[in-house]
Design a protein around this ligand. Structure first.
Ligand code: C2E
Ligand code: MG
Ligand code: MG
Ligand code: MG
Length: 294
């Protein structure tokens, strides 16, 4: 009995060891066709102002609706795309789809919507020789105001001392895009490097935000990042806000914007449509007929 169990465990172990790389290989080949098959989609997570909690924009977050495996989260396939030279194509799909959606909202409500749209961009996408024409085309094709588009680059991506990325970000900012540093606090950017990057805001990583009410060190880090950002005249965003107490405390700390499950999870597009309509009705002075919270 014990022997059989041992063997089963052992088998399961070797199975895992084989299925992991095989799964990666399978996804890798599937991904090449997935764009044409229209298997990717964007979810939209609301970003709210503090302390008044008004909707100010959305972050576009990619999902892969795999024919056999269902919805696959980005953490599973973005690294595969990166390693296999597919990130530029995938990133181009994201920017086009996100800009098109922004335009669709504009058309739906019959006016430019006073919302921003955050798009995550991978470093490989930005250092690609075609980076500018691809981004320009996505924006131009949609006709959306470039100033409403925020490109999110992770702090980790900015680590290292390559000069190309800061140069690219500077040029993108001159073109009118806003630049945010994502997952701030988890990378290793020195203050002097931060100073050299042309940016508009910092997104405080959720690993500091989530425990800030019960972990004094996390609270101190959040407070320090807010102070640093304010001193540099940057917009401050808190990610991973899951409870009222945290939202209230961030407001007291004068963090400008917040995003998290407390307000809304990343939403499929029809749910985001509803929020955009509510906002426009509210701005027009009509009472919203849907609850603003989701
Ligand atoms: P991110 O850009 O930092 O996005 C925030 C992540 O935190 C999202 O996970 C979101 O669903 C999750 N989140 C938001 N609020 C909360 C909360 O209150 N609690 C918790 N526990 N989680 C929360 P998601 O959608 O799985 O995305 C993971 C990462 O994948 C993103 O992190 C981003 O780095 C990357 N990613 C997503 N979409 C794209 C894309 O289109 N292009 C690129 N290059 N990367 C993307
Ligand atoms: Mg992001
Ligand atoms: Mg983040
Ligand atoms: Mg404010």
């Amino acid at each position: 009995q014990a022997k059989a169990q041992g063997r089963a465990r052992c088998l399961a172990f070797t199975d895992d060891m084989r299925t992991e790389p095989l799964l990666t290989l399978k996804l890798q080949s599937d991904m090449r066709r997935a764009i044409e098959r229209d298997e990717f989609l964007l979810y939209y997570q609301p970003i709210l102002s503090l302390p008044d909690r008004r909707l100010t924009g959305f972050e576009a977050l990619i999902r892969w609706n795999h024919a056999q495996r269902g919805l696959i989260p980005p953490a599973t396939f973005i690294p595969i795309a990166e390693e296999n030279g597919l990130m530029t194509d995938l990133g181009d799909w994201v920017t086009n789809a996100a800009c098109r959606q922004m335009r669709a909202w504009q058309d739906r409500v019959g006016a430019p919507v006073p919302l921003s749209l955050s798009i995550n961009v991978a470093p490989t996408q930005l250092i690609h020789p075609e980076a500018f024409p691809l981004l320009d085309r996505a924006v131009a094709a949609s006709g959306v105001d470039i100033g409403r588009i925020k490109l999110e680059v992770t702090e980790t991506a900015l680590a290292g001392d390559a000069e190309l990325l800061p140069q690219r970000l500077r040029a993108l900012r001159e073109r009118g895009f806003r630049i945010l540093i994502d997952d701030f606090g988890t990378g290793y950017s020195s203050l002097s490097r931060l100073h050299r990057f042309p940016i508009d805001g910092l997104k405080i990583d959720q690993s500091f935000v989530k425990p800030m009410l019960y972990d004094p060190d996390s609270a101190a880090i959040v407070r320090t990042i807010v102070a640093l950002g304010k001193a540099l005249e940057l917009d401050l965003f808190a990610e991973g806000v899951e409870d009222e107490g945290t939202a209230a405390e961030l407001g007291r700390m004068q963090c400008d914007f917040a995003q998290g499950y407390l307000f809304a999870r990343p939403l499929p597009v029809d749910a985001a449509d509803g929020l955009v309509e509510d906002l426009m009705e509210e701005l027009a002075g009509k009472p919203a007929d849907r609850p603003v919270r989701t």
